[in-house]
Every structure is written in structure tokens, then in C-alpha cells.
Design a protein around this ligand. Structure first.
Ligand code: PNS
Length: 160
């Protein structure tokens, strides 16, 4: 049986920390779906279509191996997408206790809703401090974001 996992998130924009999690998920599962989901609790910088393209281009640029599908989801529950593609697991990166507190209720609800388990991966220490919100802030104030994001994201944000 093919093992399928979903790596969900806002990815606004995708960071080197996200790519690390995606790459490691692709080593654990036969098929990984990177799913861009609108999070109404956050003020978006990039349209969803751009976020999807930047993830696709970053995966190509870094030549990540494995079957990695990039998609977006805007209607219904995250677990509905999991059911649609036959995924029994979500994969998320956990950088700190703050992330644990944020992710735990969602993991329990997703398991209760559809039996979808959440697997937490610890980050590479090199990326443990990287977040999309930090990247958005540094970028908007003219700082150098190249240590935190793939080259395609840096080039894209430089044109904005
Ligand atoms: O990168 P983010 O913003 O922390 O990702 C959060 C996200 C999009 C994964 C989360 O908000 C989510 O799962 N949204 C889908 C809506 C849903 O299914 N909610 C119920 C279960 S938590």
C-alpha cells in the first residue's frame, strides 16, 4: 500500500525550515502532498497561487527527490483533503514549546475528526529560528532574507 502524507501550512512564503520538513517527509512516505491552506487568523502577504508556485520552484531548484505534489485547499476541512488523497498522516515541523502548544489541539481535533495522525519533526537546528512571519517582517523593512528562504523566494520578494 502506498503511504501518503500531507504537509499543510500557510507557506507565506515557504522558508528553508519548511523545505527541510518537506524533504524529510518525502524520505518517510511514498507520496507527500504539500498543501497551501488559507489561515484566516493570519494577514496574508502573498496570494495562494504565488505560494504554490514558489514551493514548486523551490522543490525543483533544490532537486528534492521523492513524489512531492503541491496543491492548495480552500474549501472544507484539512482532513477532507487527506481523505481525498488517501493520506493517514499530517507532518508538521515543531521548533519550540510555542509550536507544541499551537499544534497539539489541531492534532487532536484532526485525529478525532478522521483518524488522521500528526507526526511532528524536529527542525534542523540551523532553521529552528526561521518563520514566515519573521521573513515577511525582515523583507518589508528592507533586510536580507537570503539566509532564511530559497533563492526563488528571495528573487520573487525582491520584485514585489
Ligand atoms: O502555517 P500555519 O498557518 O500554522 O498552518 C495552519 C493550518 C493552515 C495548517 C491550519 O490553520 C489548518 O489546518 N487549517 C485548516 C482548517 C481545518 O481543518 N480546521 C480544523 C482542524 S484544526
Amino acid at each position: 500500500m502506498t503511504s501518503v502524507a500531507v504537509v499543510p501550512g500557510s507557506f507565506d512564503p515557504v522558508t528553508l525550515g519548511h523545505l527541510d520538513v518537506i524533504e524529510r517527509a518525502a524520505r518517510l512516505f511514498d507520496e507527500v502532498h504539500v498543501l497551501v491552506v488559507h489561515n484566516p487568523a493570519k494577514t496574508a502577504l502573498l496570494p495562494i497561487v504565488n505560494r504554490v508556485q514558489l514551493i514548486e520552484q523551490s522543490i525543483a531548484e533544490r532537486q528534492l527527490s521523492g513524489t512531492i505534489v503541491v496543491n492548495s485547499w480552500s474549501v472544507g476541512l484539512l482532513v477532507d483533503y487527506c481523505t481525498e488523497v488517501g493520506a493517514r498522516a499530517l507532518v508538521k515541523g515543531i521548533r519550540s514549546q510555542v509550536d507544541v502548544a499551537y499544534e497539539t489541539p489541531m492534532a487532536i481535533v484532526n485525529r478525532n475528526l478522521a483518524g488522521v495522525e500528526t507526526i511532528f519533526l524536529l527542525p534542523d537546528p540551523a532553521h529552528a529560528h526561521v518563520s514566515s512571519s519573521l521573513v515577511r517582517q525582515v523583507s518589508s523593512l528592507g533586510g536580507d532574507i537570503s539566509p532564511y528562504v530559497p533563492d526563488v523566494v528571495k528573487r520573487f520578494l525582491d520584485t514585489q
